[in-house]
Ligand binder design. Structure first.
Ligand code: SF4
Ligand code: MG
Length: 315
């Protein structure tokens, strides 16, 4: 299937967002996801336009609220492949409460943050991932706030798959998206995404290590892959001791930044029950008869009987 749309794309030339959309489309194609079985939810920001560019169902939602829409859709119709996307400001500023709450539920879906350190759509204000004291060309003075660590926050919140990709390594990013979507539980992908228009610090050249020289006076990329270092993010047995070890090593890796920036999978645990299982334990026929498949009307007449509720409210 073709996952491209003909909607006009007005992202700036050189924006990292293009690579992320390509990677999502490549991942959907590789997995053979049917277009009418997938929904892209997006928040508000440059990245919010993503749902218009991918030819599945798409819902362009509210600022900071993308996870509420996406979780609701997945819970109502567990057959859907649900992918939510949004910016770092959207997801880790106004949306931070939903981010943490989503981690506790472990709904089987994927959340991708386009992480560029700025609020691009509104002309480059400092976002929650810009570090204290950093000054992009869009700021009149250095940033006065400390940054959020998206990988660390996801791990602490209970996301059961936590990974980081880079928007200019589309093939690797595609592989991570396939893994994230196939993961049984809530997956999070932090995607480093240069914004050439407003962020002149974390540029494509900076990530490529244009300013870094090793002994042989050859530059080396800041970005490296955890899998190349034999890092094992997987929880194999699920004992408390093992889970704590895997969480700890992931947190330590999440703090690495500067001349060496890890990408790849930091943590993966499929032994935590997904939310559908938790509902099924309470409502045994939930998967056969989820809310999206329940009849709500007969011949145009709603078949919901609220008379009992009304009776009980009578004074
Ligand atoms: Fe991309 Fe930045 Fe332009 Fe937005 S403002 S489209 S993030 S380059
Ligand atoms: Mg942003």
């Amino acid at each position: 299937a073709d996952y491209k749309t003909d909607v006009h794309n007005d992202w700036c030339a050189g924006c990292g967002d293009f690579g992320i959309v390509n990677a999502i489309q490549m991942a959907l194609a590789e997995m053979g996801v049917e277009r009418d079985k997938a929904v892209m939810f997006s928040g508000i920001g440059c990245s919010g336009k993503t749902s218009h560019f991918i030819n599945t169902y798409g819902v362009h939602t509210l600022h900071g609220r993308v996870l509420t829409f996406a979780q609701g859709a997945k819970i109502a119709n567990p057959d859907l492949t649900v992918v939510a996307v949004g910016g770092d400001g959207d997801g880790l500023g106004i949306g931070a409460g939903h981010f943490v709450a989503a981690g506790r539920r472990n709904v089987d879906m994927t959340y991708i943050i386009f992480d560029n350190g700025v609020y691009g759509l509104t002309k480059g204000q400092a976002s929650p991932t810009l570090k204290l004291g950093e000054k992009t060309k869009s700021l009149p003075s250095p940033n006065t706030n400390s940054n959020v660590n998206p990988i660390g926050l996801a791990i602490a919140s209970g996301f059961t798959f936590v990974a980081r990709g880079y928007s200019y390594d589309v093939r690797h990013l595609k592989d991570l998206i396939v893994q994230a979507v196939n993961h049984k539980g809530l997956s999070f992908l932090d995607v480093l995404q240069p914004c050439p228009t407003y962020n002149d610090l974390n540029t494509r050249d900076w990530y490529a290590g244009a300013d870094l020289m090793d002994e042989a006076q050859k530059r080396h990329s800041r970005i490296y892959k955890l899998e190349d270092q034999k890092f094992d993010p997987l929880v194999h047995y699920g004992s408390e001791v093992e889970v704590n070890e895997k969480l700890s090593q992931a947190l330590i890796k999440s703090l690495e930044w500067g001349n060496k920036i890890p990408t790849g999978v930091f943590y993966k645990n499929e032994l935590t029950s997904p939310y559908t299982q938790r509902i099924k334990d309470k409502i045994p026929n939930y998967l056969e008869n989820p809310p999206a498949k329940q009849k709500i009307s007969e011949n145009g007449t709603p078949n919901t009987d609220i008379s009992k509720i009304l009776d009980s409210l009578e004074v």
